[in-house]
Design a protein around this ligand. Structure first.
Ligand code: DCS
Length: 284
């Protein structure tokens, strides 16, 4: 039997159902998180749980438990589902109430759900690099909130998929923001450059681990917006996310990056990132 979490309880996954008037279902009125699991252990759980609470606070949903309580429930879920390598997906919505744009009264309880999924590490893509496309960033101005409203991201990813790409790199006018479900980095003259974590992008947990290992290994970093022109002239390009880790980008549209091969700093960061995983979750 596979288990899921519904409002603080571990239940049979096939019985984990939500009401059709759940505000997450009707409005996308909620927030979510994805945590990587290696060797049955959550990687950077604290950072993900902190971001989960921050996202929910920023839209006025009161978090239904402490981070510690949720963490131990997630550990039970991993254990019950015998998950070794995969993810936990969790979401918190404003709860079930008659449809009305304005928030329901305080008595309506937020709805928390979580489940696990087995996912392998994308080793082939990490070795060879992936193709991406460029697209206009049409999203709202609070991309720092990990909101369930993902339509802009979905349209971008679908465009990439239709053009045979792994990810869509989004730009607002001249500036690159982030991928549809990842952060984007360039390397120029040995400097790693990535958009600052403001309201226009999600503050990626993977991004922050990469910045930490750069700092520890004296790899210079600039956290600032960079332009389409800088992207086109970059020595190396890569993306980061919970599922994709450090993923080399070897093509953008029709144009090859680094002659179609992952670059040396990207490779180095992949190694350092793996080391971080192994330090916290054991050998890969
Ligand atoms: N930017 C966006 C828009 C994202 O959706 C994600 C992750 C990231 C950046 C990278 O953040 P993390 O490093 O914290 O993962 N998206 C999650 C998702 O929707 N599926 O997997 C990860």
């Amino acid at each position: 039997m596979t288990f899921a979490i519904l409002n603080g309880k571990l239940i049979n996954r096939s019985e984990a159902k939500v009401d059709i008037e759940d505000r997450g279902y009707q409005f996308g009125d909620g927030v979510y998180e994805v945590i990587r699991v290696y060797n049955g252990k959550m990687f950077t759980a604290k950072e993900h749980l902190e971001r989960f609470v921050k996202s929910s606070d920023s839209i006025g949903i009161s978090f239904p438990s402490t981070q510690e309580q949720l963490k131990s429930l997630l550990e039970k879920l991993i254990h019950k589902n015998k998950l070794q390598l995969g993810i936990i997906y969790m979401q918190l919505t404003r709860g079930v109430a008659p449809r009305n744009h304005a928030f329901p009264s305080e008595e309506v309880m937020p709805a928390l759900t979580a489940y696990t999924k087995e996912i392998a590490r994308p080793v082939e893509n990490m070795k060879n690099g992936v193709k991406t496309i460029l697209t206009e960033d049409i999203r709202w101005l609070r991309c720092d909130i990990k909101s369930l409203n993902l339509l802009g991201n979905l349209l971008a990813k679908q465009k990439a998929t239709e053009e045979g790409g792994y990810e869509a790199i989004q730009h607002r006018a001249e500036n690159i923001t982030e991928g549809s479900s990842s952060n984007i980095f360039i390397v120029k003259n040995g400097v790693v450059i990535t958009h600052e974590s403001d309201n226009l992008i999600l503050k990626g947990i993977t991004k922050d681990v990469i910045l930490k290992v750069c700092f520890e290994n004296n790899i210079p970093v600039e956290e600032r917006a960079f332009t389409l022109e800088e992207l086109a002239g970059a020595d190396e390009v890569f993306l980061s996310s919970t599922v994709s880790e450090v993923m080399p980008i070897v093509q953008i549209g029709d144009k090859k990056v680094t002659e179609g091969l992952p670059g040396p700093i990207t490779r180095k960061l992949q190694e350092l990132f793996e080391q971080e995983i192994e330090n916290h979750c054991g050998n890969l």
